[in-house]
Design a binder for this molecule. Sequence first.
Ligand SMILES: NC(=O)c1ccc[n+]([C@@H]2O[C@H](COP(=O)([O-])OP(=O)(O)OC[C@H]3O[C@@H](n4cnc5c(N)ncnc54)[C@H](OP(=O)(O)O)[C@@H]3O)[C@@H](O)[C@H]2O)c1
Length: 286
Amino acid sequence: MKTVLITGTSTGFGNLAVPLYLERGWTVVATMRKVAERGEQIFGKLKERFGDRLHLLELDVTVAEDRENAASYIEEKLEGRLDVLVNNAGYGLMGTLEDQTMEQLRLQFEVNFFGLAGLTRVLLPQLRRSRGRILNISSIGGLVTIPMFGSYNATKFAVEGLTEGLYYELKPFGIQVGLIEPGGFKTDFVSRSLVVAKGAEDPSSPYANLNRPFLKLLKVRAERGDDPVKVAREIVRLSEIPHLPLRTLVGKDARLFAFLRRILPHDLRVGLTAWGFFKLLDRFRD
Ligand SMILES: NC(=O)c1ccc[n+]([C@@H]2O[C@H](COP(=O)([O-])OP(=O)(O)OC[C@H]3O[C@@H](n4cnc5c(N)ncnc54)[C@H](OP(=O)(O)O)[C@@H]3O)[C@@H](O)[C@H]2O)c1
């Protein structure tokens, strides 16, 4: 029986992947923040159905003690068995660099990048033993920059670089490493998990003319997006296929943007992105 540990299972892709793994016979360590307060409400029914195969564990990826505790938990309760680590927890910081505080920028990196790197480090001894695999949830935003999301993009670009590095360095140990690069999916990502730059709602911001229409655009965007279960299914599929590809795009938009990135000369692509972005914003001006 195989074991997976997933971060950020309260909502979204991580949450949807849990029952899919369980139905396929996996043992799942579903981790989240504030598990004591909401774990039962979120996974109570699955716990009744799958009993000992579902483990709920407190894990804020920014807390070193929580990360170390995850490794001890696997050692003590699961006989040290870990086959797959899914680094899924993350959120998006929206807004210009100047409107953000350094604390906002640092926290964005703490969660999306350092949390992922820190957890991977402490679980590597177990993954080495099982010749397991690591699935890092990146984004199409890890390949192309989305205007007004530069800091989020920076974290996902960093995840892409680190994961590619891991791909090489873990090969000799038989550990497979993969990036999942979703496009826009309708999770809590835009509706709840998005953090807006501190100065973005300030009318005196030098970027007020960008922020006002962009915030309106985001509200509309929160209502849209593809079915997130597609990403959850992909996570499970990539855990089970014999050869894990380094990169897997999910969603038509992700595939389209990746295709354009491949075929268009760089200057033309960024020029077109700027043109399209400002045109789109014009639709949301007062
Ligand atoms: N949805 C999309 O369109 C999209 C596209 C590309 C990539 N992604 C990536 O997919 C991943 C999952 O996002 P999602 O779309 O499923 O959004 P989501 O529904 O907002 O889920 C994000 C999860 O991350 C958790 N999280 C945030 N900070 C955390 C921390 N410090 N420690 C542990 N968990 C933390 C959240 O938990 P709390 O409930 O505690 O906040 C939540 O469970 C993210 O890495 C995101 O960047 C999403």
